[in-house]
Design a binder for this molecule. Sequence first.
Ligand code: CP
Ligand code: NVA
Length: 313
Amino acid sequence: MQALNDSLRGRDFISIHDYTPEEIAYILEVGVILKKEQKQGIPHPHLAGKTLGMIFQKSSTRTRVAFEVGMYQLGGHALFLSPRDIQLGRGETIKDTAQVLSRMLDGIMIRTFEHEEVLELAKWADIPVINGLTDLLHPTQVIGDLMTIKEHKGQLKGLKLAFVGDGNNVAHSLLFGGAKVGMDVVIASPPGFEPNPQILSLAQQDAQTTGAKLWVVNDPAEAVSDADIVYTDVWASMGQEDQAEEKEKQFLQYQVNQKLLSLAKKDAIVLHCLPAKRGKEITGEVMDGPQSVVFDEAENRLHAHKAIMALLM
Ligand code: CP
Ligand code: NVA
């Protein structure tokens, strides 16, 4: 355990791909402990005196609240840095921003468009940089998701997760997550909207150590068949709103509704990273139905992010 603590301290959290299966399992374990402590009212001020800066170039409810409240519960402080207010929004470089923030903060969380911006920030910052979502990846989401699945299913290894919809940032991080924990992940996307083949191939390489199967299909029924977890996300991600109307026609068959869900295992659970567009990628009936765990999933962002911060910062 000391070895894992040492290997995690000071690291960036940019992609699940960068972490070993043991490190991911340990982050999940710590998330469970912190959740228990919080529920039992046991103080856990692991980050007393520390400050996290949070840069959001895109909207957020869950990620912002989870990091901010999480930091508070860990005895530290979180600072919301809107691009409208900080000089980054007026053209100060990421490199300069990284160096300045490193002198005052203990960690930076950033949500932005281009993944390269997070890499650039991490390159120049000498404090941990946490990826709070890019167009390419959403790794903190998937740590919360894995925690939720383990909570409901008692295990991760050997399960089958079917992601139905756009081969997007969440789908990419689920591929990496599955690879690290030995959970099979199948993505069902319309032709032309499959996940990035380079991500799939990297994740498949990762999966060789855990035996997870990762693959992509176009048929949602085929993907969902026998699944333990059915997962979906919006068809048009943040920044792609102009494509939403056009995409809706191509994604009609990819709605997670009662009919599609009936093809999964009887005890399958339904996840959605949220926010959802009810009546589009998921019906209200499924989202509010007995198999849905989407609000447990949202809550677990808090506990999962606390684990990431407590271990890295
Ligand atoms: N799932 C998620 O990241 O939600 P927010 O966009 O509200 O942070
Ligand atoms: N794929 C979605 C996830 C939102 C949390 C987006 O990027 O907008």
